[in-house]
Design a protein around this ligand. Structure first.
Ligand code: URA
Length: 450
């Protein structure tokens, strides 16, 4: 087999065999296939696409390129949730404890934030003492005792994806649905859970800027998961503005605690509950989304999920008293209230710009080695659709350096767009995808096929 022939075949739009795809991925990982050939191959995929079987084979080849977690010692059905990335997305901190209370086993691998998006590992490190580098035995033991454990992704999880992604980043081959879907799903498959619930973000702050592309990505990932023997669902949710009202690690943890206390922002609460419902359906803890809804609402609004968060924090060496007393979290040394110079309604908030403002404040990483300030971030006082008067506060910035706050303020003000009339807002939840394809939210979304 020759890489040249595989590239040529894909260039002409023909479907590749499993053997050809594995040959390309393994050869690239072993250093036998050079960067220039892999780059040409990736570009051919970008231009000619891949069918479902090829995309699944590509995913499996990447998933099998490194460690594959063996979760067979976990007593119960394991479920994972993954978001395709956004700003202010702290749903894992809410959903993990919530579904754990319902008996779902959550053995989750998470990453750190990079660029304008945050990462769950950084957020959890806001709890003093919290450990994310858990030995596998401890990780499994915690899931068996409290149903929820979260560890930082091992460096050898789908290493082929890491190597391929680095090339995609510099060869303009990131925005390809088969490449994005296989990249995300290779890590999910290697992480071992039987049920996978995906949160595919749609909008200005997401990878997928429009609904048709998001549907195509969701359908592809669901098909890969199901073909690989994992029960997979995807929810399509809005990312035209940050989720909730906080961006920045510790602020997001505080908001997650507020949500688990029943007082969270409506968008964050709604998306978290719905994702949790699909996890219950996938794990057969409920026969429909409507039945699951009753269960998760009771666990969230009754306080059980908040208690579970404290239990989870303690099990990983963190101080659980911060869950009951979030006032204990240290405050950023300086803050700045940003006011509106306009009158009207918030029409749009450029999500990516808000993420960059938080990064400038010290809350995000410019490079993998940047040190972050967990206290830094933004509280959004006004979101899309809300009325604003001239001089009214729209956001509060938290950080440690005056010049960073000034730069972040400029960026934040540029991110806000105002209109005279109330704007038409996109839906928060567009629908879901299962093995039968996409189902818009207006359809009988509550009738699951589980
Ligand atoms: N996230 C990933 O892990 N991979 C992609 O290609 C895009 C988003």
């Amino acid at each position: 087999m020759r890489m040249y022939d595989i590239i040529q075949k894909k260039k002409h739009g023909a479907a590749l065999t499993k053997e050809e795809i594995f040959f390309a991925v393994q050869g690239f990982c072993d250093g036998e296939i050079p960067d220039y050939q892999m780059s040409a191959f990736l570009m051919a995929i970008c231009l000619k696409g891949m069918n479902e079987q090829e995309t699944t084979d590509l995913t499996l080849a990447m998933a099998k390129s490194g460690d594959q977690l063996d979760l067979s010692k976990i007593k119960g059905v394991t479920a994972d949730k993954h978001s395709t990335g956004g700003v202010g997305d702290k749903t894992t901190l809410i959903i993990g404890p919530l579904v754990a209370c319902a008996g779902v086993c959550v053995a989750k691998m998470s990453g750190r934030g990079l660029g304008h998006t945050g990462g769950t590992i950084d957020k959890l490190e806001s709890f003093p003492g919290f450990q994310t580098a858990l030995p596998t035995e401890k990780f499994i033991e915690n899931v068996n005792t409290i149903h929820f454990s979260l560890a930082s992704q091992t460096s050898n999880l789908a290493p082929a994806d890491k190597k391929i992604y680095a090339l995609r980043d510099v060869t303009a081959t990131v925005d390809s649905i088969p490449l994005i879907a296989s990249s995300i799903m290779s890590k999910k498959l290697a992480a071992g859970s039987q049920v996978i619930v995906l949160d595919v973000k749609v909008g200005s702050g997401a990878f997928m800027k429009n609904l048709p592309d998001a549907i195509a990505l969701a359908n592809t990932m669901v098909a890969i998961g199901n073909r690989a023997g994992r029960m997979t669902y995807a929810l399509l949710t809005d990312m035209n503005q940050p989720l909730g009202r906080t961006v920045g690690n510790q602020l997001e943890v505080e908001e997650a605690i507020e949500t688990l206390s029943g007082n969270g922002p409506k968008d964050l609460t709604t998306v978290s509950l719905r994702l949790a419902e699909w996890m219950l359906v996938g794990c057969k803890k409920a026969t429909s989304v409507s039945e699951a809804e009753k269960i998760v609402r009771k666990l969230l609004f009754g306080g059980a999920a908040k208690e579970k968060l404290a239990e989870f924090v303690a099990a990983q060496g963190g101080d659980p008293s911060y869950v009951s007393t979030p006032q204990k979290f240290p405050k950023a040394p300086i803050s700045l209230v940003v006011t509106s110079s306009k009158e009207g309604y918030v029409a749009r908030i450029n999500t990516e710009e808000i993420g960059i403002s938080s990064l400038l404040l010290g809350g995000g990483r410019e490079t993998k080695d940047s040190v972050i300030d967990l206290r830094a971030g933004i509280r959004l006082l006004k979101k899309a659709g809300e009325k604003v008067t001239k001089g009214e506060p729209i956001a509060i910035l938290y950080g440690a350096k005056e010049e960073s706050l000034a730069a972040a303020k400029t960026r934040l003000l540029a991110a806000y767009d105002f209109s005279e009339l109330p704007p038409e807002l996109p839906p928060l939840i567009y629908g879901y995808a299962d093995a039968d394809g996409f189902h818009p939210e207006t359809q009988a979304s509550f009738e699951s096929k589980a």
